[in-house]
Design a protein around this ligand. Structure first.
Ligand code: ATP
Ligand code: PRP
Length: 214
C-alpha cells in the first residue's frame, strides 16, 4: 500500500496562533489564507500535501490523539490537563510562555467553608497538585474569568495562568505558588509518527532549528 503522504496540522486560534505561524514559516509552511481572520477551519498551505486545521486550544490534543490531525501545537497547560500520555511531545517550542499559579487575595483568608475552595478550568491538574501535597480542597470548575471567583466569594483561591501578572493585580489577587512553567509544545500522533516518519521528522528538525535561531 502506498504510504499516505498528506499531513494535517492542528493549530488553535487565540494567543498561540501568532507565535505558532512563524514556527511553521520556519519549517517552510505557509497557509494560503490568514488563519486569524478566515472563517474556514481547514486551510490549504503552500505545500500541496500539508493542511492546517483551526480548533479550540483545549481540543488540539484530542484531534492529535485520535489521528484526525497528525501533529499540533498545544500549551503545556492543556497537555497536563489532558494527561493521558497518548501523544508524543517531541519539541518544546518555548513560545506562549507563562506560569500556572495558585493565586488568591492579597490578605490570605481563612477558608469560610471549612475546606479550601479553588476555582479553575484546570480541574485535573489542580486535583493532582493538591493531592500530591496531601491537601484537601474542593474544586469548582469555571471556564474563564477565574479572577472573579475570590472577589465574589465563590472560591478562596484560583489556579490560572499568569504572564505579566496584570490580570491578577487588576483584580486584587497575588500569585502564591507556582504549579508549572508553561510553554507550547509540538505534539504528534503516535501512529502517524511511525507511518509518516519521513514527512514528520524533517518537519520536527526544521522546527527545532527555528527554535535554535530564535
Ligand atoms: P479555549 O479557546 O480552548 O478555551 P483559551 O481561551 O484558554 O482556550 P487562549 O487564551 O488563546 O485560549 O490560550 C491558549 C494557550 O495560550 C493556553 O493554553 C496557554 O498555553 C497560552 N496562554 C494563555 N494565557 C497566556 C498568557 N497570559 N501568556 C502566555 N501564554 C498564555
Ligand atoms: C489568560 C489567563 C489570565 C491572563 C494572564 O487569559 O487566563 O487571565 O491571560 O495574563 P497576564 O498575567 O499577562 O495578565 P486570556 O487573556 O488568554 O483570556 P481567557 O480568559 O480567554 O483565557
Amino acid at each position: 500500500m502506498k504510504p499516505d503522504a498528506s499531513l494535517t496540522i492542528a493549530l488553535a486560534k487565540g494567543r498561540i496562533l501568532d507565535e505558532a505561524l512563524p514556527v511553521l514559516a520556519g519549517a517552510g509552511i505557509f497557509p494560503t489564507q490568514d488563519p486569524g481572520t478566515t472563517r474556514k477551519l481547514i486551510l490549504a498551505t503552500n505545500l500541496p500535501h500539508v493542511r492546517i486545521i483551526i480548533v479550540r486550544a483545549t481540543d488540539v490534543p484530542t484531534y492529535v490523539a485520535y489521528g484526525a490531525a497528525d501533529l499540533g501545537i498545544a500549551g503545556k497547560d492543556v497537555l497536563m490537563e489532558y494527561n493521558n500520555n497518548v501523544v508524543y511531545e517531541p519539541l518544546d517550542l518555548g513560545i506562549a510562555r507563562c506560569r500556572m499559579v495558585l493565586a488568591g487575595p492579597k490578605r490570605t483568608l481563612q477558608p469560610v467553608h471549612g475546606r479550601l475552595r479553588v476555582a479553575t478550568k484546570y480541574v485535573n491538574t489542580t486535583r493532582d497538585y493538591f493531592a500530591g501535597q496531601g491537601r484537601q480542597v474542593e474544586i469548582i470548575r469555571l471556564y474563564g474569568s477565574m479572577e472573579l471567583a475570590p472577589v465574589l466569594g465563590l472560591a478562596d483561591y484560583i489556579v490560572d495562568l499568569m504572564d505579566t501578572g496584570n490580570t491578577l493585580k487588576a483584580n486584587g489577587l497575588v500569585p502564591l505558588e507556582t504549579i508549572a512553567e508553561i510553554s507550547s509544545r509540538v505534539i504528534v500522533n503516535k501512529a502517524a509518527m511511525k507511518m509518516k516518519h519521513d514527512q514528520i521528522q524533517p518537519l520536527l528538525d526544521k522546527m527545532a532549528l527555528w527554535k535554535k535561531g530564535k
